[in-house]
Write a protein that binds this ligand. Structure first.
Ligand SMILES: Nc1ncnc2c1ncn2[C@@H]1O[C@H](COP(=O)(O)OP(=O)(O)OP(=O)(O)O)[C@@H](O)[C@H]1O
Length: 337
């Protein structure tokens, strides 16, 4: 998908693409009672999702991001049927999730990074056996999917280990396999790489990319890690205060917010600030370490090559901007335009 994204809600599933997930003016309002004093309670209405419209085509892999409290989890819960919308229309694979939650469960897989769907005290394989029965997965299909997940997610040695003894990265891979045993057409992932080390993140991302390419699984991915989006999604939707504020490629979001990445450079010794080609510039110097800011929509390759050619380089790393600052900048740009 090329070009820059659209600000505010728009359908970018593309002309002719069959919509697999469809939201039209979806709302979710919570009535919250707050104790404000002795015998005194205040009623407050929280509009968690506020007239949300978008479509996702079959086989798309879409990032769904936004600041804390923006309404992401509420959207996912409505898409699984756990929560009923207060208004609007919502369909997943032609099914109204809150009316036909059990039928929909056969078509979707859900992974919450912060919670596990596995049985804590049981060996991993026992959770899978229970799911085999719960979802009434035909034996051959169960065996085939289990084998594939065990191989690709490297779960072989972990199957007999109780879930509580698994590391976070191992458990996450276990959870992803659990969500895929029944061959869902769509996978919702809520922070699938949270708390994982670089190696585990790479494994999880590689697996998801292959799954999408080979099986055409539609993926909706919620994350605070922009590298998840960069490596997996050609499209990203940004939600804030329950509304869609951006829909398009990640590069377009960086352009809209003029966001910057940081190149952290370790030199052999303390030197004056690096003379970097515009628009890159040194933001901070601390001993032999220097921090350079450069546009997030640009590649780091040219800058790295130039520094490596002219300076005694020991090490370097690139840091992504965080989602909150990208969104804040996007707003600043819009209000000053
Ligand atoms: N069950 C609930 N009862 C009352 N208010 C709720 C409930 N669930 C969510 N909210 C409120 O709705 C808003 C959106 O919350 P939601 O959890 O969807 O945000 P989020 O984008 O997933 O945030 P985070 O990134 O922090 O997980 C917040 O103001 C939250 O406090």
């Amino acid at each position: 998908m090329g070009g820059s994204g659209t600000m505010a809600g728009a359908d970018t599933a593309g002309p002719g693409a069959a919509a697999f997930i469809e939201l039209d003016g979806v709302e979710k309002v919570f009535d919250v009672r707050k104790k404000t004093g002795f015998l005194k309670r205040e009623r407050r209405r929280v509009r968690a999702v506020d007239g949300l419209s978008f479509t996702v085509a079959r086989g798309e892999m879409v990032g769904y991001i936004g600041p804390n409290g923006a309404g992401k989890s509420t959207t996912i819960k409505m898409l699984t049927g756990i929560l009923t919308p207060s208004g609007g229309r919502l369909r997943v694979a032609g099914i109204d999730p809150s009316r036909e939650r059990t039928r929909l469960a056969q078509r979707i897989g859900v992974v919450f990074g912060q919670r596990t769907t596995l049985w804590w005290d049981l060996p991993l394989i026992d959770s899978y056996r229970l799911m085999h029965r719960m979802y009434r997965i035909p034996d051959a299909r169960y065996r085939e999917n289990l084998e594939r997940c065990v191989e690709l997610l490297q779960l072989g040695e972990l199957l007999d280990v109780p879930v509580r003894q698994l590391s976070l990265g191992q458990r996450m891979r276990g959870d992803i396999a659990a969500a895929l045993l029944h061959d869902p057409d769509v996978l919702y992932l809520d922070e699938p790489t949270i708390g994982l080390d670089v190696v585990s993140k790479t494994k999880v991302r590689g697996f998801l990319r292959d799954l999408n390419a080979e099986r055409g699984t539609t993926v909706l991915l919620t994350t605070h890690d922009l590298q998840d989006i960069e490596q997996l999604c050609s499209r990203v939707m940004v939600i804030d205060h329950g509304r869609l504020v951006y829909d398009g490629p990640l590069a377009g979001l960086h352009e809209a917010g003029e966001s910057e990445r940081t190149l952290v450079v370790d030199l052999e010794r303390e030197l004056p600030p690096i003379e970097a080609p515009e628009p890159a510039r040194v933001m901070r110097v601390e001993g032999p370490r220097q921090w350079l800011a450069f546009p997030a929509s640009a590649s780091a390759a040219g800058l790295v090559a130039r520094i490596a050619a002219e300076y005694p380089l020991v090490d370097l790393s690139v840091r992504e901007p965080d989602i909150e600052s990208v969104i804040a900048k996007m707003y600043a740009e819009r209000t000053s335009a």
